[in-house]
Design a protein around this ligand. Structure first.
Ligand code: UDP
Ligand code: MG
Length: 321
């Protein structure tokens, strides 16, 4: 039987912690009762340097349900993505499968069973995907959707409308832990792991209590981090625009020379216009070229795994890698 760990990052979530604990304990009991997970499955709350009573509440829950509720206390606030990573990597050696979910219970816990079913059917990663965003404000909805579209345009593969509610098998977390980068953007990294994946669909609810810990500023930072951690396309765009301007400078040259020979130009204008266009283009190309090398260095220093072998067929039989 597979042991499930539900990983919950918490930052100043005193209003919702008890509700989250109760809700998730019910989910676990139900799944254990149905024989889908082992009876030592547990919830792992990760306290991300909260300044309120969140950690005391986690301790209380752990005292009341020692095997069911566990906790990790981070020494300070490191942000959602790091807190979640800390939780997943801690849970990896103490479980067969993990599910990450936010503390505010906006994500529908009833699809957890479906996630587990898909895991048993052979999926290593199951994404929770929002059907609609009725409960989000108009502003959050449009900005978030524009964000996914823009990410795609920039060449970052993400699952549309999927946040960080997902199931990962132990070997998927194991592979994920090999990504040593500091600029974490989990939604972009998980698809790089490979393996069989699937999605479950749900309606996102309102926060049960408290306020969003993701104000617009943090969302912008996440979006920028998402693009800059995965794509060197912006650099290629500089190079591209340099090449375009060099072409335009040919048109500008024709125009400037024509005007010159027609004779109605101020002295000095032709040579000025020609050099502005040509030099502008050359400078952009030069910056773009240097950028290409920096981009490559950037991708090298990340030291990401180059591939992930799932199975090997040899003379002595099939081996799981
Ligand atoms: N969170 C965290 N550290 C932070 C900010 C948020 O661990 O610095 C957690 C938070 O407690 C919640 C999850 O990340 O469990 C998502 O945050 P929130 O629900 O506020 O984001 P939203 O749903 O509004 O995008
Ligand atoms: Mg939320």
């Amino acid at each position: 039987m597979d042991k499930l760990a539900i990983v919950v990052p918490c930052y100043n979530e005193e209003e919702v912690l008890k509700i989250a604990s109760l809700t998730l304990r019910d989910v676990l009991e139900d799944l254990i009762h149905k024989g889908k997970i082992s009876d030592d499955s547990y919830i792992l709350f990760v306290n991300d340097g909260s300044t309120d009573r969140t950690w005391e509440l986690i301790e209380e829950e752990h005292a009341a349900y020692p095997t069911r509720v566990c906790g990790v206390k981070l020494a300070g606030n490191v942000g959602h993505q790091f807190a979640l990573t800390a939780g997943l990597i801690t849970a990896k050696d103490m479980s067969d499968v993990t599910i990450s979910i936010d503390a505010d219970m906006q994500d529908d816990v009833t699809v957890i069973e479906e996630m587990i079913d898909k895991f048993h059917a052979g999926c290593d990663v199951v994404y929770g995907v929002r059907k609609e965003r009725k409960t989000d404000t108009f502003f959050k909805r449009t900005t978030a959707q524009a964000f996914y579209k823009f990410m795609n345009l920039m060449g970052v593969k993400t699952i549309y409308n999927h946040a960080d509610f997902r199931l990962m098998s132990r070997r998927a977390v194991e592979e994920f832990s090999k990504y040593k980068e500091t600029n974490l953007f989990l939604r972009g990294m998980i698809p790089l792991i490979g393996y069989r994946t699937d999605s479950v669909y749900y309606d996102r609810k309102e926060r049960v209590a408290g306020e969003s810990k993701y104000p617009f500023k943090k969302m912008l930072a996440l979006a920028f981090n998402g693009i800059s951690s995965f794509s060197i396309k912006p650099i290629s765009m500089i190079l591209g625009s340099g090449i375009m301007i060099i072409f335009l400078s040919i048109l500008a040259a024709i125009y400037a020379l024509l005007s010159y020979f027609m004779g109605h130009v101020v002295p000095g204008w032709t040579s000025l216009i020609l050099s502005i266009w040509f030099l502008g283009g050359m400078q952009l190309i030069a910056i773009g070229l240097v950028g290409q090398y920096i981009g490559k260095i950037y991708l090298e220093v990340k030291g990401r795994p180059r591939y992930n072998i799932e199975k090997i067929l040899t003379g002595s039989g099939t081996k799981d890698a």
